[in-house]
Design a protein around this ligand. Structure first.
Ligand code: S3P
Length: 163
């Protein structure tokens, strides 16, 4: 039985915001893998990247993917790169319906360039760089059962669609 709803997708597609509202609506608990990693390690995502490197973050992410996959009745919002490791995809697929949120690169850039807390994003980037990063990630997001383009949709519309 599929016990959870797992949100995957590129940075800035609204996974955490949508996940929180959705969880409330369907009376599931909400988990954000990045926030859980921060809680468990006592470090921010940026500190993990800066002080220990991306691979350490990816390892923490794998531990967390396994951990959240054991749960039930959860809406699980994931970091944009969780799909890069096949073992994470296998764990998440076994536990829930996977929904990919997507958006056009210009819209993603608009959303994420305002806030700079993401270690993989730098101010001097632009929508073109985002488009290239998205193209590299694209094959990894194919593991989703459903895909929702959030570019022209409000949060409420996206939540309704999933619910
Ligand atoms: C990452 C996405 C981030 C966070 C980390 C790495 C990625 O999460 O996990 O900075 O590799 O795409 P969001 O997708 O919530 O921004």
């Amino acid at each position: 039985m599929k016990k959870n709803i797992v949100l995957i997708g590129f940075m800035g597609t609204g996974k955490s915001t949508v996940g929180k509202i959705l969880a409330h609506k369907i009376a599931y608990e909400f988990i954000d893998t990045d926030r859980e990693i921060e809680r468990v390690t006592g470090l921010t995502i940026t500190q993990i990247f800066d002080n220990h490197g991306e691979q350490r973050f990816r390892s923490e992410e794998t531990v967390m993917a396994r951990k959240v996959s054991e749960k039930t009745k959860k809406v699980i919002s994931t970091g944009g790169g969780i799909v890069l490791r096949q073992e994470n995809v296998t764990a998440l697929r076994s536990t829930g319906i996977i929904i990919e949120l997507s958006a056009r690169p210009e819209i993603i850039w608009q959303r994420i360039s305002r806030r700079t807390h993401r270690p993989l994003i730098r101010k001097e980037m632009d929508a073109q760089v985002i488009a290239e990063m998205m193209a590299q990630r694209e094959p990894y997001y194919q593991c989703a059962d459903y895909r929702i383009d959030t570019s022209e949709k409000t949060l409420v519309q996206v939540v309704e669609e999933i619910a």
